[in-house]
Design a protein around this ligand. Structure first.
Ligand code: NAD
Length: 408
């Protein structure tokens, strides 16, 4: 596993430092410099820290949805795949990887039959595999769109990791492909299934802090100084877009929307891309944005690959505050309500978010139920990220339509 992933894990877990980031060159932020142009799926070594199951999983229950997991990286192997064991109606039916040895080891450990293990070059063959109902795309973000379109062409449903894609055009291509195939599409925004975040949404809806005036989010971590794009897709523009905003900053953006329950009407932003730092030859080191909502609430979002770790969402209303720190990680959530109602809120194990996310999509496939985090939500967020970059590039306030598209 590359070292960026290690620092991400620290961030995602228990990051508690509050970072102060100076956006010295923000006003004159350059556009992303260049791309490496090598956005193709390829095999990677087994990530660090993987514990493979010691016994094969139980047999799937009748009606369980069979998933092909595409991309055997850190998040798939360390977070999602082990959580299938806690689902009610989801199981791993197939694997897709570019590393034959990793495919063999992981396939053996998860009891995936040898003829349900595919390379990227064999991806289209999943069409004929009746064991596969859905494809779970856990590839670098620049590879999501093409694989989703191919999965729909193969007649499968698609659960796609965030960000949905790197451009709104790609998101629209994915949605159209799903509609053509009459298959479901969900973006894997796990926080919508995490108890603290769900409770935070409910508290804000019943005005536990009064009228929301200010939201502040920070999703920060530090990329290892030795990182090079060839070794680390997260700093390769073709695979990662602008960098931290698409990676974990998207959770701060999401939080601002689901906590206010509003869409912003305008955005201002600043980016910072230092010269002579190989980590940031292609992606931004930091992205800060300010969103103004029709109610008058203002959100300030900060995300960085070059800062000590932080993962917070704070909401201040006219009668109280909600402090989430850490806010959107895998586990270890802490939440405090201040003001008229004053209490710490602990809601049990946040890792239920993983199996609940999987079973939510399986339920949508089997029962035709609505999807809480559909492709349209992923597209909305990519529109907003495009607006953030446009605001930073032009140094002007960007006005938005209610759906998140830039006006004019
Ligand atoms: P990773 O680098 O650990 O794994 C990526 C995997 O993709 C590699 O192991 C490899 O098997 C495969 N791959 C195929 N082509 C590749 C290429 N050209 N370069 C590099 N890898 C290639 O990354 P990750 O942390 O597992 O992230 C994968 C996806 O999951 C990303 O879209 C990321 O945004 C998303 N993710 C989501 C969350 C979340 O909280 N929902 C957390 C982490 C990652």
């Amino acid at each position: 596993m590359d070292r960026t992933s290690i620092s991400r894990r620290c961030f995602i877990g228990q990051a508690r430092d509050t970072a102060v980031v100076t956006l010295a060159a923000a006003a004159a932020a350059p556009a992303v410099a260049q791309t490496s142009g090598k956005a193709a799926a390829r095999g990677r070594p087994m990530p660090d820290g993987v514990t493979l199951p010691s016994a094969p999983p139980r047999s799937p229950r009748p009606g369980s949805v069979g998933y092909a997991v595409v991309g055997l990286g850190d998040y798939a192997l360390n977070q999602m795949m082990p959580r299938f064991a806690r689902t009610e109606r989801s199981h791993i039916a197939a694997l897709v990887s570019g590393n034959p040895e990793k495919l063999r080891r992981v396939g053996d450990a998860y009891g995936v039959p040898a003829d349900a293990r595919y390379s990227y070059a064999q991806f289209d063959r999943i069409a004929a595999d009746r064991r596969i109902d859905a494809v779970y795309i856990v590839l670098p973000s620049g590879l999501h769109a093409d694989h989703a379109v191919s999965a729909f062409a193969a007649g499968k449903h698609v659960l796609c990791e965030k960000p949905m894609a790197l451009t709104s055009a790609d998101c629209e291509r994915m949605i159209a492909a799903g509609q053509r195939a009459n298959r479901r599409l969900m973006i894997a925004y796990r926080v919508h299934f995490e108890p603290h975040n769900i409770e935070a949404m409910a508290l804000m809806r019943r005005r536990a802090v009064g009228n929301i005036r200010a939201v502040r989010t920070e999703q920060l971590s530090r990329t290892d100084p030795s990182s090079r794009p060839a070794e680390n897709w997260r700093i390769d523009r073709a695979l990662a877009g602008g960098g931290p905003l698409e990676d974990f900053g998207i959770y701060g953006l999401q939080a601002a929307l689901y906590l206010t329950d509003e869409m912003p009407e305008s955005i201002t932003a600043a980016t910072y891309q230092p010269a002579n730092d190989p980590r940031f030859a292609q992606v931004f080191a930091s992205v800060a944005s300010q969103l103004r909502f029709p109610s008058g609430a203002i959100a300030q979002l900060m995300t960085s690959y070059d800062s000590s770790g932080s993962n917070i969402a704070h909401v201040r209303g006219d009668t109280g505050a909600l402090i989430m720190d850490p806010a959107t990680g895998y586990t270890g959530h802490r939440m405090r309500l201040e003001g008229r109602e004053r209490r710490d809120i602990a809601l049990g194990d946040p890792t239920v978010q993983f199996p609940r996310e999987l079973d939510h999509f399986s339920g949508a496939i089997r029962d035709g139920s609505p999807i809480r985090t559909p492709g349209e939500m992923g597209l909305r967020d990519v529109w907003l990220m495009e607006a953030i970059y446009a605001a930073a590039r032009t140094g002007t306030m960007v006005r938005l339509s209610p759906d998140g598209r830039m006006r004019g």
